[in-house]
Design a protein around this ligand. Sequence first.
Ligand SMILES: *[C@@H]1O[C@H](CO)[C@@H](O)[C@H](O)[C@H]1NC(C)=O
Ligand SMILES: *[C@@H]1O[C@H](CO)[C@@H](O)[C@H](O)[C@H]1NC(C)=O
Ligand SMILES: *[C@@H]1O[C@H](CO)[C@@H](O)[C@H](O)[C@H]1NC(C)=O
Ligand SMILES: *[C@@H]1O[C@H](CO)[C@@H](O)[C@H](O)[C@H]1NC(C)=O
Ligand SMILES: *[C@@H]1O[C@H](CO)[C@@H](O)[C@H](O)[C@H]1NC(C)=O
Length: 364
Amino acid sequence: MTRALLYLATLFPLCAWASPAGSSRKYGDCKELNVSVTTSSRGYVFDIPKVNNDIEATFWAINFDTWSHKPNPEPILKNTTISGTYNIHAQVCVPKSGGDVLQIATHGAYYDGRYWDAKLEGHSYVNAALQAGYSILTYDRLGTGQSDKPDAYTVVQAQFEVEILRELTVISKNGAFGFKPKKIVHVGHSFGSIVTSAFIATYPALSDGAIITGYVLNEHLGEVGRSSWNVQHATNWPSGYVTMQKSGIQATFFGGDFTPDLLDYGDKIKSPTAVAEIASGGLLVMASGPFKGPIHYILPELDFFICAGDCKNVTSLEALKHTFPNASSIQLDIQPNTGHALPLHHNATAGFQVSFEFLRRNSL
Ligand SMILES: *[C@@H]1O[C@H](CO)[C@@H](O)[C@H](O)[C@H]1NC(C)=O
Ligand SMILES: *[C@@H]1O[C@H](CO)[C@@H](O)[C@H](O)[C@H]1NC(C)=O
Ligand SMILES: *[C@@H]1O[C@H](CO)[C@@H](O)[C@H](O)[C@H]1NC(C)=O
Ligand SMILES: *[C@@H]1O[C@H](CO)[C@@H](O)[C@H](O)[C@H]1NC(C)=O
Ligand SMILES: *[C@@H]1O[C@H](CO)[C@@H](O)[C@H](O)[C@H]1NC(C)=O
């Protein structure tokens, strides 16, 4: 059903870390590349408003939030199959020490792969992973950053992104990035955590462990509404791609201990999101399955969209164990005084270490 090819032009420089697109860092070497992914999944035609301008973007959010007809999940007009070959922009980093364990990190909505790799000292998850001895693959999900931007209503959907993650995982395992990792850990943030949870639930044999950040199913999930996002139609992007105004970035992604420069940076690296991605994500939130690896859940204490501003006591270890009953170990932590975008707050590095220590205790 699926197949992934690297563009020939980038296949060979993969091992040549010193090539122009590669860069050497303190704890490892990184390379950006484009991967051509061919795959398919089920899909949907949703009954959702079109977004071609800012007024329609605000209507899209308010329509969903209106109490009397809250279309949650949004109505499906037709079941479809999504298939095709798309360009996915990725970055692969390998530590100087080797890096037998590869982390594959999937970012959330309104960002792209740069979420994991802030160019600010102490805020790059990628650099922290390298320092801790992990290889790490980050990528721009379909419809974000430098990846392809296909139809925002019918193609850019969560289930298809699970299949893209599967392709990236399989080619990584097979050595496409110049080394064959012994173990693979899947890391998600927010919408990327929904994709990651669905991935380990669907393909448990393809993952050795997971870190689920900034997402947990709970009674306050989405309670503050989409209007809190302050969306606009993304300028010069196709129909159906929305982006947040800076006030939406602050409300959604920041809280507690951050300074204006971090918010400025968070606003600078934002990326548009396709409306059907949000609609289809609503169908995946209940992912559960026989995954056998360890799972670390880490919630920002003050997460506005996920926990209506306070993630303490919204879930329990028991609830999480119920979702993945066969997981070898489950740990739940709250990163104090932090909003949704964990890496973009003070003390981010200490939070990263909690996950790495969990992985080490579980031989990853
Ligand atoms: C990847 O593709 C994008 C979009 O086509 C392009 O802008 C970028 O230069 C490519 N990057 C690499 C490393 O080939
Ligand atoms: C789509 O498929 C689901 C089950 O796979 C079914 O319950 C539903 O009625 C279908 N929807 C439409 C509009 O055909
Ligand atoms: C709520 O969460 C806090 C911090 O995680 C914890 O100390 C407290 O025991 C929890 N309270 C309840 C009732 O679970
Ligand atoms: C998962 O755990 C349940 C309950 O402990 C058990 O019945 C089931 O066989 C396990 N499944 C797998 C695939 O190990
Ligand atoms: C920083 O994060 C670590 C790990 O979660 C936590 O133990 C510590 O209390 C935090 N420090 C502050 C000042 O919030």
